[in-house]
Design a protein around this ligand. Structure first.
Ligand SMILES: *[C@@H]1O[C@H](CO)[C@@H](O)[C@H](O)[C@H]1NC(C)=O
Ligand SMILES: *[C@@H]1O[C@H](CO)[C@@H](O)[C@H](O)[C@H]1NC(C)=O
Length: 301
């Protein structure tokens, strides 16, 4: 009995050292992001949610001063009409909305909420899991990627998570199984990034774009069914595009993230991107991630 309790406690104590700002673009009241917050908290992280009051899917890196909530209230009735421009859940003040864009929301999380709750900067910023994939050129328009790259521009390591399965679901509906699986995978991956060694957890200017494949088949229904694969964001242009990191006998060319999530099995793509362009990082920058996280990655069959 005593022994079991200790085993359960150990990872919680480890993760407790880490402070995380969480955001997304589907809105603060969407299930995926709430399930991620709950799962991170359960793993011992300290989290603060700072997300748009409304669905801001596809708003990229837009950023504007938050405004008083309009006559339709926040999404899914999660705040009343005329609510303040920024606000929080009355019984859990770490759940915050910002009535503006994802980038505005994560800036508020990093600059205002993190000092208040963590006494300083967060260790990491994670966004999503987005409802729907953010693959290749879609990264340019994604608010989930926009928010993660904004964190990186502010000197905070940023990871964008997106999942192929599911539809927008209110926070107070029954939690869909894909939300649970994606939250577990995102927590597992975030833990791996933070536990891989001393700071910096990611090199400056670098973000990670992580896409979970469809989770609706019984063969991809548990977190333990999935494997992480190092990928590239955009399709390489012959001759023009520089080499990728050498791994998995790839001759210096990583599979695209679309190829990884589209491969039969349950393969999660992890791409190393530049926050400035949202496109692929260099082979040397991919190498740094591979060196730190090598044990996390598998090869495609
Ligand atoms: C606020 O938090 C309470 C307690 O955790 C929960 O019951 C309620 O559904 C939450 N509402 C929103 C909009 O987050
Ligand atoms: C947000 O809006 C986009 C279209 O603009 C839609 O595809 C998506 O499902 C919506 N998400 C939520 C959480 O309502």
């Amino acid at each position: 009995m005593r022994c079991t309790a200790l085993l359960v406690l150990a990872p919680a104590l480890l993760a407790n050292a880490f402070n995380v700002v969480v955001s997304n673009d589907d809105g603060w009241a969407e299930q995926n992001v709430r399930t991620l917050v709950t799962t991170l908290n359960g793993a011992g992280f300290s989290t603060v949610l700072s997300s748009p009051a409304e669905n801001q899917s596809g708003t990229g890196s837009s950023d504007e001063e938050p405004e008083t909530v309009g006559s339709d209230g926040c999404q899914f009735g999660s705040c009343p009409p005329g609510s303040p421009a920024v606000g929080f859940n009355a019984t859990d003040n770490k759940l915050n909305y910002v009535n503006s864009y994802p980038v505005t929301s994560i800036k508020y999380g990093i600059q205002t909420l993190a000092p208040k709750f963590f006494g300083g900067k967060p260790d990491i910023a994670v966004t999503g899991p987005n409802v729907g994939s953010n693959l290749g050129l879609a990264t340019l328009f994604s608010g989930t990627v926009g928010a993660a790259t904004e964190a990186v521009k502010e000197g905070i390591p940023g990871i964008a998570f997106s999942g192929a399965s599911g539809t927008p679901t209110a926070w107070n509906a029954r939690t869909p199984s894909y939300s649970t699986v994606y939250a577990q995978l995102a927590t597992q991956f975030t833990t791996a990034v933070l536990n891989a060694g001393p700071k910096p957890y990611l090199a400056s200017g670098i973000y990670l774009n992580v896409n979970f494949p469809d989770s609706s088949s019984s063969s991809c229904s548990r977190a333990s069914d999935f494997k992480f694969v190092l990928s590239r964001i955009n399709t390489a242009i012959p001759i023009f595009t520089g080499k990728d990191v050498v791994t998995c006998g790839n001759g210096g060319r990583l599979p695209t993230e679309s190829k990884v999530v589209g491969t039969s099995g349950c393969y999660v793509s992890v791409s190393v991107g530049k926050a400035s362009s949202k496109g692929d990082a260099s082979a040397a920058e991919q190498q740094v991630v591979l060196n730190r996280l090598g044990g996390v990655f598998s090869c495609l069959p």
